[in-house]
Design a binder for this molecule. Structure first.
Ligand code: NDP
Length: 274
């Protein structure tokens, strides 16, 4: 029988995950289906239960349910535990296993796809929401020279820095506090680009040869990347690669085989720019 998987979110119709997993499955000869399932804002657990009752084997979880998925999991990976959020669920006899593949996806996209090493780099992480929280430990595991978390609401950035202070000394504050600092890698994990807003970042935060990375993606350059280009970032990347890499990591968790991401990323990029 074909194994069923899905992505749960609200909204979810825009999700590219069904296209990505269909390509992974074809590539690796896996007998599986993958659909987008809209969960009501107050009905995440019920939607999961219905999917499991219908034979579902696993699910990805997207906005706004990653924290609820964390609470619903009866067992969790160490990386999900550390992130406090779950984006990958595995349904089995023993209950619900929760994992988080977002951080691994980001690291893989930066290091393997873009060819930029994180070790020894000065990293600025913008944002202190779920996406930022999920990538802090995986970034620190790559041994950067430093990590600065900047957020509109400085208290949230400072709370995150404190939460991860057992791993490294992390600087934190509002955007203005980054003035006078210089970074090799600037990662936008805010949702500001969604509303077309640009961030009040000081000039001269980009070191020569630096990478500006926006977790957002879409047709054309995001407002954050347009701003980074003006401020002197040398390399610009959006979050499409992260999306494909976190999906590949979830596929590995479910099926025990790692799919090849390059052709899938190239096809998605072609569709996005067509
Ligand atoms: P959250 O809602 O949890 O957090 C939103 C963050 O954005 C907060 O830090 C918030 O700051 C900040 N923010 C929102 N609007 C503005 C603004 N106008 N100016 C400055 N800061 C702003 O969202 P997530 O963390 O879940 O997601 C963040 C982004 O990352 C989204 O765009 C999402 O699509 C993307 N993402 C991409 C992935 C990929 O695979 N490519 C994976 C996961 C996420 P404050 O605390 O001050 O409100």
């Amino acid at each position: 029988m074909t194994d069923r998987y899905c992505v749960l979110g609200n909204p979810v119709a825009h999700s590219r995950s069904p296209v990505i997993h269909a390509q992974f499955a074809a590539q690796r000869g896996q007998d599986m289906s993958y659909e987008a399932v809209l969960a009501p804002a107050d009905g995440f657990a019920e939607t999961v239960a219905q999917f499991v009752a219908a034979g579902g084997k696993g699910a990805n979880v997207t906005v706004p349910f990653k924290e609820e998925a964390f609470r619903l999991s009866t067992r969790r990976s160490a990386r999900a535990e550390r992130a406090g959020a779950v984006n990958t669920l595995v349904f089995g006899e023993a209950g619900v296993f929760g994992d988080n593949t977002d951080g691994a996806g980001l690291v893989r996209d930066i290091e393997a796809n873009l060819g930029v090493a994180l070790a020894g780099k000065r990293i600025l992480l913008l944002g202190a929401g779920g996406a930022a929280r999920g990538v802090i430990a995986p970034l620190l595991a790559c041994r950067p020279a430093s990590l600065f978390i900047a957020n509109r609401n400085a208290d949230k950035a400072e709370a995150l820095a404190k939460e991860f202070s057992d791993l490294a000394v992390v600087d934190a504050g509002n955007f203005a506090k980054t003035a006078g600092h210089c970074f090799d890698i600037v990662i936008n994990a805010t949702s500001a680009s969604l509303s077309g807003a640009s961030l009040p970042l000081p000039a001269e935060i980009y070191a020569p040869g630096s990478l500006a990375y926006d977790m957002m993606y879409g047709k054309g350059e995001t407002p954050f990347l347009a701003q980074a280009r003006q401020q002197g970032a040398a390399l610009l990347a959006d979050g499409l690669g992260m999306l494909v890499e976190q999906a590949a990591e979830a596929f590995l968790v479910w099926r025990g085989v790692r799919p090849e991401t390059a052709p899938v990323l190239a096809e998605l990029r072609r569709q996005l720019t067509a």
